[in-house]
Design a protein around this ligand. Structure first.
Ligand code: BES
Ligand code: MN
Ligand code: ZN
Length: 517
């Protein structure tokens, strides 16, 4: 779908050729003018037929003096970005069912308190409301809307916001596509192929590691998760080089579990299909790179994706097994369903080599986070106050919200075990926090944050589908770091533990899944 920005007042909008005209009418809308649209708004208001409450619609068909055959007057409340989002969502949801609507013009009135935010909200809402997944349902009513023109009184102050939003939409839709694909259409290998397609875009390079390379790196924890699946693991490394070579990058690490059965600690059958979404962290990293290629900001970004399937099998990891992570720390796997942290910990260790300015991991990590925050805000965990503040602010700007959660050391007590340096689960209480405490042990060499997107990455029920979150937050955060000085790494560097001596584990016969044996 194509977006355009255009200078339009209500008088000019009335002459615009389009299949549908959506006119946002906030409480502040002045209908003093005598053009046909203003007159229609004034008359409808007077008759009590037009409510300014966000999301309320009044449809006109072939109104006199207006070029577009369909006009939607859309209440836009206080004119805030949130109200604009609601209004455009309602209007476009109604229009997408009409077979002959291909070109829409959305008119934002003058005098909005934050015009750039309104433009961003309008672009994102129009894209979101008209999105259709067709990869495995080609006969679905595909998106017919081809072009959305956003009309504003003055384009200059909103041009940057418009460019940002248009790039964001491309990234969000890339993330939705891969999030929505079922696991047999989105294996670790296919996910790596998707990443490789991004490598064809300007300034992006992609490298894909397979089982042998990963074994060589000593990623014993990541490999242990993958060993129960017929599907080979992939470790995907993306680079976006927007700044000079020496500039410390932001590293984004995305959980790429292409299907999470729970492994031997198998999940109940109900809604297990939704565990195809367990790679939405990875999809958000891919989507962010897709958007970076559009926007071309002057910053370096690295993306890391450990991709694997979590399956029960004769060779699968078993509760009580002890694995050795790339960091050298040994991990007792008390629950094979806590696999996200097992793949992320090795990626976090790998991230050290980039001497990053910050590392942000994104993961559908815990059901506990869904209980805590629901679908509205992603969970944000960080030991670095400045990084946490930047991410929270980016989420606010992008209307892709998160909420900071605690990381007190006492939460790590439950991870103690007699059999390894750390256990992969604590008790049920505070499950989102104890998961973050586990990750923190592997992320001590750089400013680090963790986003638990278990509640925000997809919707269940009738509207089941990926949301593309938190591409908006991540893109905004990365862009906010352009030109920002890199904070010096704290002097108190935590010494890396010498790899513990552990007895070689018993593994199955040599195979693609076990190349190290
Ligand atoms: N992918 C799940 C988390 C999840 C569950 C996200 C439900 C969204 C909805 C993760 O791998 C997982 O299974 N976590 C366990 C951890 C537990 C075993 C400590 C969970 O949350 O139940
Ligand atoms: Mn799991
Ligand atoms: Zn999982």
């Amino acid at each position: 779908m194509d977006f355009q920005l255009k200078t339009l007042d209500t008088a000019r909008a009335a002459t615009e050729k389009a299949d549908a005209l959506v006119v946002l009418v906030p409480e502040s809308f002045s209908s003093d003018a005598s053009d046909p649209l203003s007159t229609a708004v004034a008359a409808a208001r007077k008759a009590g037929d037009l409510e300014s409450k966000a999301g309320k619609l009044l449809s006109l068909y072939r109104p006199a003096g207006i070029a577009a055959p369909r006009v939607l007057l859309a209440g836009a409340g206080d004119g805030s970005a949130g109200a604009v989002r609601q209004a455009v969502t309602a209007a476009v949801s109604g229009l997408k069912a009409l077979t002959s609507v291909r070109r829409i013009v959305v008119v934002l009135p003058a005098g909005l308190s934050d015009a750039p935010a309104a433009v961003r909200a309008a672009v994102n809402a129009a894209a979101d409301a008209s999105y259709v997944f067709t990869t495995t349902k080609p006969k679905a009513d595909a998106r017919r809307i081809e072009r959305v023109t956003v009309g504003v009184a003055d384009t200059a102050p909103v041009r940057e916001a418009f460019a940002h939003a248009s790039a964001q939409v491309v990234g969000v839709e890339f993330a939705k596509e891969w999030g929505n694909r079922p696991s047999n259409h989105a294996t670790p290998t296919l996910l790596a192929d998707a990443a490789r397609t991004l490598g064809k875009l300007p300034r992006i390079k992609v490298e894909v590691l397979g089982p042998r390379e990963v074994a060589k790196l000593g990623m014993g924890s990541f490999m242990a998760v993958a060993q129960g699946s017929e599907q080979e693991l992939r470790f995907i490394v993306l680079r976006y080089d927007g700044a000079s070579k020496g500039e410390a990058p932001v590293v984004l690490v995305g959980k790429g579990i292409t299907f999470d059965t729970g492994g031997i600690s198998i999940k109940p059958a109900g809604e297990m299909d939704e565990m195809k979404f367990d790679m939405c962290g990875a999809a958000s990293v891919l989507g962010t790179f897709r958007a970076l290629a559009e926007l071309q900001p002057a910053i370096n970004v690295v993306g890391l994706i450990p991709a694997a399937e979590n399956m029960p099998d004769g060779r699968a990891l078993k509760p009580g097994d002890v694995v050795t992570s790339m960091s050298g720390q040994t991990i007792e796997v008390l629950n094979t369903d806590a696999e996200g942290r097992l793949v992320l910990c090795d990626a976090l260790t790998y991230a050290e080599r980039f001497e990053p300015r910050a590392v942000v991991d994104i993961a559908t990590l815990t059901g506990a986070c869904v209980v805590a925050l629901g679908a509205v805000r992603s969970g944000l965990f960080s030991s670095d106050d400045a990084l946490a503040a930047s991410l929270q602010a980016a989420g606010d700007t992008a209307m892709d919200l998160c909420w900071r959660m605690p990381l007190d050391d006492d939460y790590a007590d439950g991870l103690k075990t007699n059999f390894a340096d750390v256990a992969n689960v604590a008790g049920r209480a505070g499950g989102a926090v104890t998961a973050a405490k586990f990750l923190q042990r592997f992320a001590r060499k750089y400013p680090w944050a963790h986003l638990d997107i278990a509640g925000s990455a997809w919707k269940g029920g009738a509207a089941k589908g990926s949301t593309g979150r938190p591409v908006g937050l991540l893109l905004q955060y990365v862009v906010s770091q352009v030109g920002q000085p890199v904070k010096p790494v704290p002097a108190k560097k935590v010494a890396r533990k010498a790899p513990a001596k552990v007895a070689k584990p018993v593994v199955a016969a040599k195979s693609a899944r076990n190349p190290a044996t």
